[in-house]
Design a protein. Structure first.
Length: 366
């Protein structure tokens, strides 16, 4: 299997129409997956999810993201409110994880490698994105009116990319975080809108300001990098941020705050397995051992099964109920010098990487 490649251009509304039309069936599938997961894992009824999402509509109306959403509704035939729910699934679901005292989909291990730590001398960025099995995704290549282009991974029905890069040599990867002060009802810029805006910035400083300069409702981690040799990790709770730089030419992050007490953050008191800490330490060790790290080394490291099934390459745990399953949905490796993105359609131990670049939107690989 290889993710479809979607190339969209024009204004945000037109891009939304193209996205909705091309991925209509996949969007419907994702809506079914999320409404089921909301109910079974998050104890959130569909009507309540729609009511909560609707409170964000006034702050989004008139903006580019909302224009893309309205276009997507037109192109896909799906209700605008349902698409709004899908695009707010981070706030809705992560908040419920805390309310229901469940660990949630505790996955995602991300990294950045500076040129002096990579075998090809390029700035490399990537992650294993561990999430709900069955979620449908795509390569998304956008061409903006101002000449900026973006290339990334998106879930069908979500505007823009959350893992990706742009033609200014800037890239983004992410990790879910939780704190006790997270609150979906703070109707401020949502997580996926923030990712969309980051990838439409031309400098690292401008991208960082999207995270730090506006209020937040829920916690999240953003690892951003830009050529030739800059990388910055920003842990963000609703009330505080912490910036972490590379050590030994590398940055690694998983799904926990590195120093919650120092940041004044309290993580929810749930039966959280220690897998996030294990994955963080394991990937950092693998990258250190392999330095200078090649693309092949990265593929090997992201297929690592230490602490199986809860390792860097994540698989469903047989002791967990289906509503709590979490797997590596895609493994991503970006070369910010070449403006290329490699993705797997499933766990990297079972699927080969396919490659796209901003220069060539055709998929290379299996």
């Amino acid at each position: 299997m290889v993710f479809p490649v979607l190339v969209v251009d024009g204004d945000p509304y037109d891009q939304g129409v193209q996205h909705g039309s091309a991925l209509r069936e996949q969007i419907g599938h994702n809506l079914d997956v999320y409404y089921d997961r909301f109910l079974r894992e998050g104890q959130l009824e569909p009507d309540e999810a729609r009511a909560r999402a609707a409170t964000y509509q006034p702050i989004l109306e008139g903006g580019s993201y909302y224009q893309a959403l309205t276009g997507m509704a037109r192109g896909s035939g799906h209700a605008l409110l349902d698409l709004l729910v899908l695009n707010l699934r981070y706030e809705l679901l992560y908040y419920q994880y805390g309310v229901c005292a469940v660990g949630g989909a505790d996955g995602c291990t991300s990294f950045a490698l500076l040129p002096d730590a990579s075998a090809n001398g390029h700035l490399l960025l990537g992650q294993n994105w561990d999430w709900i099995p069955g979620v449908k995704g795509a390569f998304l290549h956008t061409r903006e009116a101002d000449g900026l282009e973006t290339l990334g991974f998106t879930e069908a029905g979500i505007v823009g990319a959350k893992i990706g890069l742009n033609s200014a040599g800037l890239g983004l990867v992410i990790n879910g975080l939780m704190s006790t002060v997270d609150d979906w009802s703070r109707a401020v810029m949502p997580f996926h809108v923030r990712c969309y805006e980051i990838l439409r910035r031309r400098t690292l400083a401008e991208a960082a300001s999207v995270i730090t300069d506006t209020p937040r409702s829920c916690s999240a981690n953003f690892l951003i990098a830009q050529t030739p040799d800059h990388a910055l990790n920003i842990e963000a709770s609703p009330d505080a941020v912490s910036q972490i730089g590379p050590r030994g030419g590398a940055l690694v992050h998983a799904n926990h705050f590195v120093d919650p007490a120092g940041l004044g953050v309290v993580e929810p008191a749930v039966e959280r397995r220690p897998h996030s800490y294990t994955r963080h330490a394991r990937l950092a060790a693998l990258l250190s051992e392999r330095a200078p790290v090649s693309i092949g080394d990265l593929e090997w490291s992201l297929r690592d099964h230490d602490n199986y099934p809860d390792g860097i390459c994540r698989h469903a745990h047989p002791d967990d109920p289906p509503e709590e399953w979490c797997v590596t949905v895609t493994s991503a490796i970006m070369d910010l010098e070449e403006l290329s993105l490699r993705l797997t359609d499933g766990p990297p131990c079972e699927h080969q990487y396919a490659e796209c670049s901003i220069a060539h939107s055709a998929v290379l690989g299996c």
